[in-house]
Design a binder for this molecule. Structure first.
Ligand code: ZN
Length: 150
């Protein structure tokens, strides 16, 4: 199984080096800021939401490889999804990174996001992996205050 872990690590490193959708979204109608004081990760998530569907999503910020890659893969995954589909994905993702789920089932549901399964072995990294998702949720709920993982 270790070659699989290496493969997953490659995906994370690639998204950290070349984050996808890393820009301000000019026609965004939702936006939120998130901060993980434990690691110093900062992220701003921009969404264009139309009729309960995420038409476009992007992010900006600075942080560790896990937080950047997680935000990058999240934005790639969410385009065209409804709020309820996103809520279900977030739930599955959180179970995956906290090691509270049947990994095989969740990996099938999560697709590419399953690369973060290794995070469950490093509890201190869980907040890095979920920061973008918490921030996304705040943006969808139109929350104005900065989301903190603490
Ligand atoms: Zn971090």
């Amino acid at each position: 199984m270790s070659y699989l872990n290496d493969l997953y690590q490659e995906v994370i490193l690639d998204h950290n080096r070349k984050p996808r959708n890393f820009r301000e979204l000019e026609d965004a109608n939702r936006k939120a800021d998130g901060y993980n004081p434990l690691c110093g990760d900062k992220v701003t998530v921009y969404i264009r939401l139309e009729d309960d569907v995420v038409k476009d999503v992007s992010f900006k910020g600075s942080g560790c490889a896990i937080s950047t890659a997680s935000a990058s893969l999240m934005t790639e995954t969410l385009k065209g999804k409804t709020r309820s589909e996103i809520a279900a994905l977030f739930k599955a993702f959180r179970s995956l990174v906290t090691g509270k789920s049947d990994a095989t089932v969740k990996q099938a549901e999560l697709g590419k996001l399953a690369v973060f399964h290794g995070v469950s072995e490093f509890p201190v990294r869980v907040k890095c992996a979920t920061l973008a998702w918490h921030t996304l949720q705040a943006a969808l709920e139109n929350q104005q205050e900065t989301v903190s993982t603490e």
